[in-house]
Every structure is written in C-alpha cells, then in structure tokens.
Design a protein around this ligand. Sequence first.
Ligand code: F6R
Length: 269
Amino acid sequence: MEVLIFPDAQSLACKSADLVESQIKTFPDSVIGLATGSTPLGLYEELIRRHNENDLSFTGVKTFNLDEYVGIPANHPQSYRTFMDDNFFCKINIDSSNTQVPNGMAENPLDVGPAYEKMIEKAGGIDLQVLGVGTDGHIGFNEPTSSLGSMTRVKTLTKQTIEDNSRFFKPDEFQPKLAITMGIKTILDARRILLLALGENKAEAVKDMIEGPLSSMCPASALQLHQRTTILLDEPAASKLSLKGYYKFVGEMQDDLVRKHRPSDWISR
Ligand code: F6R
C-alpha cells in the first residue's frame, strides 16, 4: 500500500485527478470503477474542470459504479445513478451507454450481481477503481463481516451506514436498507486502486484499514492484499496512524526514484 497524506481536500483532489487523468491519457479506452458519496466529489469537480479547460476527453472511457440502492428507481433524487449523472457524467463527454450502475429496480435483484460481473469481464476488467471508505471500514457496500472473496451481490446495510446516509433522505422518506454492491474480490481484481478518505470521522477506519489486522471486521483492510493500491488521505483522516511519519518519509524517498526510473509506474495494464 502506498499512503499519501495531503494538507487539505483540494490538494488531495488534484493529485487523485492527476492519477485518473494520466490513466485516461495513456489508455483512452480505460475502464474506471467509480464511487459515490461526498469524498470523490472534489475529484469529479477537478476532472470536469480539466475536461472544460484542458480538453480532457472521456469518449473512449467505460465506467462501472461500485453500488446502488435496492428499491429506488434510477431517476430517484437519491439513487446513485442520479448522483453520478448530476455530479459527473452529465458534465463530461462520456456516452451514457458507457456508464454502468447496478440496477436497483431489477425484478430479481439477486440476478444483478452475476450479470454485472459478466459486463465487467466483457469490458476487459477494471483498470482503475476509485474508492471511498465508510466509518465502519466498508468499501462499496461491503459491510463488516463481508466475505473477502465476495463478488457483486445484494447486501444488507448496517445501522451505522443507514444512519450515516440518512442525511440524504427526508425524515419521512423511504430509505433503502439493501444495496447491490461489487464484492471485495471484484474490487481486488481491479488492476489499480485509489482510495480517498477525508475528515477525522474516517480516522479510525483508516487506521484499521492500513495498520489493523486483515479482517472482515474492517473490509477495507482487504486492500492490504492488493499489489497496487494508493491511499490518499487528508491530515485529519490520517490522524490516528501510528506510522504517519514513516509514510511521509517513504513518499519523500520514493518520489525522486519513481520520477526518474518509472514516471508512469502507477498506470495500470
Ligand atoms: C459509495 C460507496 C461507499 C462510500 C463510503 C464513504 O459508492 O461505495 O463505500 O465510498 O460510504 O462515503 P462518503 O464519501 O460519503 O463518506
């Protein structure tokens, strides 16, 4: 795991956009896995800016979102499809047929996962997966005790996740308790992973993910098994790491080495 610590959300967003941009520029037909939530919004804003000002193009890119609620239609204001359209897809030049979000309104939600896996496989697999992390250590909607070998499927959300996300629903509105999510194995199959975390409320989960034991109690700790994962943190999210000074030292030591010998080291394929 590569751990990068940034002074603020803006510099983190710029660095993550640099990484996504070089992936797309090197392989214009890249397959990118995407997350919703508040964390990647800065990344999406920065990519939109680069699209508008620097002609960064998404015409060949295919995307697969991590997850979607079960039981609300795609055009619901709180669906993850609406979130992605409003915050990203409608503001760049991507063909909507190249953007996939699991169908939360399928007649049989249990069929959605295997079909989604086939679509990912047919697209050639995910080159770069963008992730956030939940306060309970979830990635996608893989809640604690999710199988580390899991594939896309229906999951029941924990009380904590339902509470964390209740801010997006009106008090009297139906709030889904089930979601369809890529599994942990689906995520680990991505060639390159970028996980972003902002804020002190993520500090405990971040510590467990990076320094805790590999355990389904912190699903994000499964990323310890992945060869090419970069974790981008702001200072508050990094505040509980015991080896914080070491990660900064590694960054300083390796920056020059990588820049000199493997300038595009982080790009997948
Ligand atoms: C969203 C997703 C979730 C979020 C996580 C953090 O598609 O898969 O795992 O990344 O819940 O959410 P925020 O960024 O809102 O704190």
